[in-house]
Design a protein around this ligand. Structure first.
Ligand code: ZN
Length: 464
């Protein structure tokens, strides 16, 4: 929109303040070509800032109302308070930020997969502004998938509302030929986008699979944890296993990315743990400084969720948990972080499975103290009401204070202070014995229903 039109429309009162406050329009011509982005303000900020170095590489030709601008470092100065539009070109082929690998480029030559932050200049005073709406104009053979809240979609236009999200998080904008489906799960909507390449025949199977994995997670917190989530499935050959990669994303909104091998069978896809793990991450808010916590709870729930919907039978689910605990304890005894709280990327098994023992211990303690009225699942259901979609990051301490409040207990902060901050791994052998989970000489799981906490084990298995 040109300046004189804005001025004219404002003077006639034709445009509301909100619609002009901060809107982004993208004209994407398709097939990797550069696109124009126009970010219009009713009152410009003094500065725009680049998220990182990538933004400087991927964008060019910055103009304010037709006048050229030059960035200084990661900042672009604008005439503060003026109405108008910042326009620039995004060159998705510049740099190496768009395509995750040469294999992706070869198998999806007409598609883009870009971090949502890499190509955007953001108002330096964004926290005091409304978040922009984004309108993407695209050819009819291009579909768009983004983590932002979807407002409207038509053949050539996709319209989103941006909202606050935690700093330093990942998120993806995908554009290209995709199969789009909206999967309803109770009140929630999964916005599934399948980037299929040459393997377009799998969309029914993949929809079923995504829905079942998400539904298993919905069995934990009474409903699926979020009202809306982006699910991006990228089909790629050339890797081992049915789901060679998965990740949960928090930038721009909540999203799950799953890379699926199109040569895998239905049975192997449904037997894989990755999707249940990634969806389980959504039961908790973003805790970037405590990876043991987010990975631990997801590792616990990837088995609990699948057991509750019958994707895993009870002995198999518990044997997978115990195998994980043992791997974690073994590595914690060898070369590990001195305490679980400090376990990071270099201590994967300690971090994933130490955190999973924490989740089991907290679950059992809550059930025991409350006589079965409270549980980890009920606490996570409480998180849905207050804390999952706020766009903030949490520390373990702040989240555990909230979880103690929800569960009317001190279980989370107590376990955190007394064990996670003091030992490399939590003891679990006695706990398994009390729950009546035993192994015979061949390593097979047996349940002892006479054990003192056998009822708690049954409640965990069945989810009531
Ligand atoms: Zn994970």
């Amino acid at each position: 929109m040109q300046r004189h039109i804005i001025t004219w429309a404002l003077s006639l009162g034709l445009l509301s303040t909100a619609s002009l406050a901060n809107d982004i329009q993208i004209d994407y011509p398709g097939s990797h070509q550069a696109w124009q982005l126009r970010h219009c303000f009713q009152q410009a900020p003094a500065q725009m800032q680049a998220h990182g170095e990538a933004t400087l590489t991927l964008t060019a030709d910055w103009q304010w109302q037709g006048r050229s601008l030059t960035p200084r470092g990661r900042r672009l100065a604008l005439p503060a308070g003026e109405a108008g539009c910042l326009q620039y070109t995004v060159k998705p082929r510049a740099g190496n930020h768009n395509q995750r690998s040469s294999r992706f480029r070869a198998q999806h030559p007409d598609s883009l997969l870009l971090s949502v932050d890499d190509w955007q200049w953001q108002a330096s005073d964004q926290s005091q502004r409304q978040w922009p709406q984004v309108t993407i104009n695209h050819p009819a053979d291009v579909q768009v998938s983004a983590p932002w809240q979807l407002l409207k979609r038509s053949a050539r236009q996709t319209h989103y509302q941006m909202k606050p999200s935690p700093s330093y998080a990942n998120g993806f904008l995908a554009m290209g030929p995709m199969q789009l489906r909206t999967l309803a799960l109770g009140e929630s909507r999964l916005r599934l986008a399948i980037m299929a390449g040459n393997h377009t025949e799998h969309s029914d199977l993949l929809s079923d699979w995504v829905k079942q994995m998400a539904a298993s997670v919905a069995r934990v917190g009474e409903s699926f944890p979020l009202p809306e989530v982006q699910v991006l499935v990228v089909l790629m050959t050339g890797s081992q296993g049915p789901v060679p990669w998965g990740q949960v994303n928090r930038a721009g909104g909540q999203g799950v990315l799953l890379v699926v091998n199109p040569e895998s069978s239905r049975a192997s896809l449904f037997a894989d743990w990755t999707a249940a793990h990634e969806f389980s991450h959504l039961l908790m808010p973003y805790t970037p400084y405590d990876r043991w916590l987010s990975e631990g709870f997801a590792s616990y729930h990837q088995n609990i969720t699948r057991m509750r919907v019958g994707l895993l039978d009870e002995p198999t689910a518990w044997s997978k948990l115990i195998a994980g605990f043992e791997r974690g304890q073994r590595t914690a005894q060898q070369r590990s972080a001195p305490v679980l709280k400090e376990a990071g990327r270099r201590h994967n098994m300690q971090m994933y499975w130490g955190g999973a023992v924490f989740a089991l211990k907290a679950d059992v303690a809550l059930q025991q103290q409350s006589g079965g009225r409270m549980s980890l699942s009920k606490t996570l259901a409480g998180l849905q009401d207050c804390c999952l979609d706020t766009g903030r990051s949490w520390t373990a301490r702040s989240l555990f204070q909230e979880m103690d409040r929800i569960s009317a207990s001190t279980v989370f902060t107590r376990l955190y202070e007394q064990e996670v901050k003091r030992a490399p791994f939590m003891e679990y052998a006695d706990l398994l014995r009390e729950l009546g989970i035993e192994r015979n000489a061949y390593g097979r799981i047996r349940f002892n229903d006479q054990a003192p906490k056998a009822l708690i084990r049954q409640r965990i298995s069945l989810g009531y």
